[in-house]
Design a protein around this ligand. Structure first.
Ligand SMILES: NC(=O)C1=CN([C@@H]2O[C@H](COP(=O)(O)OP(=O)(O)OC[C@H]3O[C@@H](n4cnc5c(N)ncnc54)[C@H](O)[C@@H]3O)[C@@H](O)[C@H]2O)C=CC1
Ligand SMILES: O=C(CO)COP(=O)(O)O
Length: 327
């Protein structure tokens, strides 16, 4: 297939390698001239240091070049950039399959990526690819399993067949809502897991946080129309585990720095990659109050990040909530 990748950060670059190895023709768009020049030289040290990038992956600074002759378009940009990119590709878009890799909710609307694309592009060929898949490992061909979800199972199967290989195993799923929400909200829980790491690396606390985090992701998801089972799959529990525990996780890292006493602005300023949970937690905070959904870890994470709450006080408050039944 001719595949156009929009976004040449760590995940876009890494998935380009997977797709090239699978025999596809790959063009990748970047807005950054320095990344464009590096890719032409067979590397992307800004986002994937130490990994060689085949020169047959063709970089471009022109968005129209990745759209015009592509049969499939991959979106590998942050969730907050989806609406503006969708507006830009709208005049060029000719009903190709769009595969979204972003994991987040739009701050101002609380919308999922598929809802934004539906609004702007009236898209009917959408697949979201999500699951435990750190770019740094995928780029090194470390065995990874992931989920391709779509309302149209034929499309999910096309993605499964074209993206899978011996080290990249794709399952299909028909629950877009659950797969998108699992991927978006686990980033918030991973920030809180990182806070635990930064404060003391407490194993008991972190295991509880992952488990109760999954409970609140599931609660929110069901209210939004997701299927419960999706959250015990790769795009739910699987991604939550890897993001809460991995040395590669950007979200866990933000939390760890907060736990060590650093300020959010300072942490973000020194990172060149996106930590989606920092934004998704904003989208969720107001909404869960309005909808009356119980998400105490999400709430406390917001208060620590944006209302200057001491993380130890937040943990104390979580522990002192009214005692209740687990289910
Ligand atoms: N890095 C990873 O291991 C994984 C990342 N993801 C998700 O994929 C998405 C992209 O993540 P990464 O590649 O890690 O991010 P990144 O920060 O490494 O790269 C983001 C890319 O998007 C571009 N970009 C940023 N803002 C933009 C804007 N306003 N307009 C146009 N382009 C813009 C950047 O120039 C860069 O090329 C995120 O939603 C992330 O949660 C999902 C799975 C794995
Ligand atoms: O989604 C991811 C792994 O599946 C990447 O998570 P981070 O953005 O926290 O690195």
């Amino acid at each position: 297939m001719n595949i156009g990748i929009i976004g040449s950060g760590s995940w876009g670059t890494s998935i380009s390698k997977v797709l090239l190895n699978n025999g596809h023709n790959i063009k990748i768009w970047t807005r950054d001239e320095h990344v464009f020049n590096s890719l032409k030289n067979g590397e992307n040290p800004y986002y994937l240091p130490g990994i060689s990038i085949p020169k047959s992956i063709i970089p471009t600074l022109k968005l129209e070049e990745v759209i015009s002759d592509s049969e499939l378009i991959v979106l590998a940009i942050p969730a907050q950039a989806i609406r503006s990119i969708a507006e830009q590709i709208k005049p060029l878009y000719s009903n190709q399959i769009i595969v979204n890799l972003a994991k987040g909710l739009e701050i101002s609307t609380q919308k999922r990526v598929s809802e934004i694309l539906d609004e702007v592009l009236k898209i009917n060929k959408y697949v979201v690819l999500s699951g435990p898949s750190h770019a740094e490992e995928v780029a090194r061909d470390i065995p990874t399993s992931i989920v391709a979800a779509s309302n149209n199972m034929e499309l999910a199967k096309i993605v499964q067949e074209n993206f899978s290989n011996v080290s990249f195993r794709v399952y299909t799923n028909n629950d877009i809502v659950g797969v998108e929400l699992g991927g978006a909200i686990k980033n918030v829980i991973a920030i809180s897991a990182g806070i635990i790491d930064g404060i003391g690396g407490w194993d008991n606390s972190k295991a509880a946080l992952i488990t109760r985090g999954l409970a609140e992701i599931t609660r929110y998801g069901i209210k939004k129309g997701a299927k419960k089972d999706t959250f015990s799959g790769l795009a739910g529990l699987g991604d939550l585990i890897v993001t809460c525990t991995s040395q590669h996780s950007r979200n866990r890292y933000v939390g760890e720095m907060i736990g060590r006493g650093k300020k959010l602005d300072e942490i973000i300023e020194n990172m060149n990659m996106v930590a989606e949970g920092v934004y998704t937690v904003k989208a969720l905070y107001e909404e869960i109050k309005d909808l009356n959904i119980e998400m105490p870890i999400t709430e406390k994470t917001y208060e620590v990040l944006y209302l200057n709450k001491d993380p130890r006080k937040a943990i104390h408050e979580l522990m002192m909530r009214e005692l209740k039944d687990e289910n």
